[in-house]
Design a protein around this ligand. Sequence first.
Ligand code: F6P
Length: 319
Amino acid sequence: MKKIGVLTSGGDAPGMNAAIRAVVRKAIYHNLEVYGIKHGYQGLMEGSIEKLELGSVGDIIQRGGTMLYSARSEEFKTEEGQRKGIEQLKKHGIEGLIVIGGDGTFRGAKKLTEQGYPCIGVPGTIDNDIPGTDFTIGFDTALNTIIDAIDKIRDTATSHERTYVIEVMGRDAGDLALWSGLADGAESIIIPEMDDEFDEVIERLKRGHERGKKHSIIVVAEGVTSGHKLSRRVEEATELETRVTVLGHTQRGGSPTASDRVLASRLGAYAVDLIMSGKAGIMVGIENNQLVNHDILEVLNREHKVDLEMYQLSKELSI
Ligand code: F6P
C-alpha cells in the first residue's frame, strides 16, 4: 500500500484533529502518502481531496473541530453515492481509507468495504455510544465542558434556591448524562437506557426539600425528553421554582483534554498499522486501556450498553 486517505464525518468531536494528525504522521513515518478528504463522504463523492504533508497537521493537536470539516450525507447512503466515492478514491490512486466518526460513519465504511474497498473506522463522537470501545474520541472533553457548565449553574442555583434541569447531548445514549451527573453530584440523572423515572425524581426532590435542601440539579439526556418539557413537568409536580439550561453544541467544541488527545493519537496510529497490514472492514477501539479491533458489522449489530453499576452508584450517592 502506497497511498491512504483520511476523512472525518458526522458530528465533529474534540480530538478529531489529533486523530487526523496521528494518521498523517504515522503514515508518513512508514513512507505512505496521505490524502485528506474534506467534508466527509459528501466531499469524497465530489472529489474534495488533497495531499497532506507533515506540516499540514502541525499546530492542530490542541484544536477542537476538524481541519477536514465534516458533514452528514444522505446521498452516500445510496449505492450510487458509494460508487461515486470509490471512483474518486481510485482516480487519486488511494488504496485504503481511514474514517473518523460515529456509527453513521462506520456504516459508510462498512458499505465501502462490502464493495471491495478497504476501510478502517476510528471512533470519534462525543456520545460514547460505539460498542467495541470503552471510550470514543471527544467524550472526555464534552464531559468536562458539561461539568464546567454545571458547576457554574450550581452557583446560581444555590443563590436563588432553584431546581435546575440540564439537558445534555448523547443522541440515544445516556453516557454523557450519567458520567456528568455522577461527577457533578446531580440529584437525579435521567437516561434513555432506564425506564421513565419521573415519579422517583419528584419523590427525591420533595424528600430533599423537606430536609431543607433548597436547590437541586437534574441532568437529562436529550434522548429521553427535552429539558424544557421536563422542567415544566417538574415545576407542576413540585411547585419548586425550576429553570432549564440546554447545553447544546457547546458540548461539541473546545480544545480536547489530554485524555482525548492521547486516545486520538493511539487510535489514529493503530488504524494506520492495521490498514498497512491489509486489514479492512474493522474499527479500532480501546478496552481496558489496550488497543483492540473489531469487525465493523459485528459492532454495529451490538447494542450500546450504559454502565448500570455506575447508574446505581449515582442513586446511592444522591439519596
Ligand atoms: O452525535 C453527536 C451529536 O452531537 C449528538 O449528541 C446530537 O444528538 C447530534 O450530534 C446533533 O447533531 P447536529 O449537529 O447535526 O445537530
